[in-house]
Ligand binder design. Structure first.
Ligand SMILES: [Zn+2]
Length: 201
């Protein structure tokens, strides 16, 4: 324990050495009697020396707090479900023009999405063979359409909405092919009906 010189001023003892042993007669104290040297260490040096620990603590605090906040939000939602839903519905009604325009713009900028959902409505979606389908629709060349090699709604069989059953055809080819099926997996028989001159106009 460092020894100090005690000077009584305003009824309070003045201590020369702070608990860390700094000579406060040299370093000084702030208005709340804290050692300036200790404050410097705490406010300036500590954050630099313990950067990683502080970051880690902040991150931890953020994660814990986020879980807490989410839990609170969830509870609030469950307790006020009807009210919140009514508000959401009212908001949608009040901004229906905005949502309509937004959706219109969204699908105009991404025409392949509506083409995909049209196919989905034909209910020939299966869980396999879906990888690359979005890209296939996206990469459809100008003036061509995506065709199902074995038609989704044929007279005898129905093909599947899988990547291996997709091909690009011109609009004319697609119209000639329709839902034709020649009984083979390649299903090329319809090409005999093509009028070659029309395909290159
Ligand atoms: Zn000190």
């Amino acid at each position: 324990m460092p020894s100090g010189i005690y000077i009584h001023k305003n009824g309070r003892p003045k201590v020369q050495f702070c608990p860390k042993g700094h000579d406060t007669f040299i370093t000084g104290r702030d208005s709340s009697y804290a050692c300036i040297e200790c404050l410097k260490i705490h406010n300036f040096i500590y954050p630099i020396e313990h950067k990683d620990a502080i970051q880690k603590r902040r991150k931890q605090h953020y994660i814990e707090n986020r879980i807490k906040v989410r839990q609170e939000q969830k509870e609030y939602y469950e307790n006020n479900r009807e009210e919140i839903r009514a508000k959401q519905l009212q908001y949608k009604l009040d901004h229906s023009e905005y949502f309509k325009n937004y959706l219109r713009k969204y699908h105009k900028e991404r025409p392949y999405i509506s083409r995909i959902s049209t196919s989905k409505r034909r209910k020939r979606i299966v869980s396999f063979g879906q990888e690359g389908i979005v890209e296939f629709y996206k990469n459809c060349p100008e003036g061509m359409v995506v065709d199902h090699i074995i038609p989704l709604q044929g007279k005898l069989v129905s093909g599947l909405h899988v990547l291996s059953n997709l091909q690009y055809l011109t609009i004319y080819e697609n119209r000639v092919k329709c839902n034709y099926w020649d009984g083979t997996l390649e299903n090329n028989g319809w090409r005999k009906k093509l009028d070659v001159s029309k395909n290159f106009n």
